[in-house]
Design a protein around this ligand. Structure first.
Ligand SMILES: [Zn+2]
Length: 89
């Protein structure tokens, strides 16, 4: 009979990171090139654990997010980016 429902504040958007303008960084700035060798840029789009950030957080457009994901994966394979970091196990 009793319906247990956990009260969640889902009404408010979670701000995981500081408010960032929802705009694709690579579209707005043509100087930035998505390069699998450029970890300085790629590191802006991965979490501390080394995961690729979702588009809803980064604000990238679909095509650039895809390009970025490919670049990050590529740089992981040549071992200049971590697959995962921070976890002791
Ligand atoms: Zn873009």
């Amino acid at each position: 009979m009793e319906t247990q429902r956990t009260e969640r504040q889902s009404r408010y958007p979670q701000k995981k990171f500081f408010h960032r303008k929802k705009f694709c960084r690579f579209c707005s700035d043509s100087n930035i090139k998505i390069d699998y060798k450029n970890t300085a840029i790629l590191n802006n789009f991965v979490t501390e654990r080394g995961k690729i950030m979702p588009r809803r957080i980064t604000g990238n457009c679909a095509s650039h997010q895809r390009e970025l994901a490919v670049a990050i994966k590529r740089s992981r394979i040549i071992a200049i980016m971590p697959f995962v970091t921070g976890d002791g196990k």
